[in-house]
Ligand binder design. Structure first.
Ligand SMILES: [Zn+2]
Length: 199
């Protein structure tokens, strides 16, 4: 319900800000009032940046990572061709792994998860380039790095089935990441540990 004690245009902004992840009505209200008290130059610049972001940031045609080129920096880096492919749900997860500095292989972003309740199967996710990648990048190990949730588990099972008849080692992140948590909130040390203890 809109709160009539705010001016109409602020209510409008609050509603839009509420769509941001992790932002509820209270925080959205605080943001809107903060924004309206900033100087016009800042607001114009911010608005321009938001306007341009969608055109500037593309999806890597090989791995699904976010990039400003056709192919992302990780895919372009030949030194990372070490036969390991880490499968993640979203591009943001790559940042988490990169922060650990432990992982030297490449990534593949699914862009979603298998969800039996919403009838989302593996075929609807970004898997089309996987068979080619496995051959051309001489992949020997697949590391499943999905979030430890019901959907993450369903995705792991579907991927294990998908890779079953191939000559590949399929591993999963090990200890330390608790059920129901998501990788974006896991600290670097825990993620390092989970990578090192994969099985
Ligand atoms: Zn890439």
């Amino acid at each position: 319900m809109a709160d009539s004690s705010h001016p109409e245009s602020l209510i409008d902004l609050i509603e839009d800000l509420r769509k941001l992840p992790g932002v509820g009505r209270k925080t959205a209200t605080r943001y809107a009032y903060w924004l309206v008290s900033q100087d016009q130059t800042y607001l114009t610049t911010l608005g321009k940046k938001i306007h341009a972001i969608k055109k500037a940031v593309k999806i890597c045609r090989i791995c699904g990572n976010k990039t400003e080129q056709e192919v992302c920096g990780i895919c372009q880096n030949a030194e990372r061709n070490i036969g390991q492919l880490c499968i993640v749900e979203q591009a943001e997860d790559i940042l988490q792994f990169e922060k650990t500095g432990v992982y030297q292989g490449k990534y593949h972003v699914l862009g979603g998860v298998v969800d039996p309740l919403k009838k989302v199967s593996l075929q609807e996710l970004n898997i089309d380039t996987l068979p080619d990648r496995i051959v051309s990048e001489e992949v020997t190990e697949i590391i499943l790095a999905l979030n430890p949730t019901i959907q993450g588990d369903a995705t792991n099972s579907a991927l294990q089935e998908y890779f079953r008849d191939q000559d590949l080692t399929v591993t999963k992140l090990g200890r330390g990441i608790s059920m129901g948590s998501t990788l974006e909130y896991v600290d670097t040390t825990t993620l390092q540990e989970a990578l090192n203890s994969r099985r």
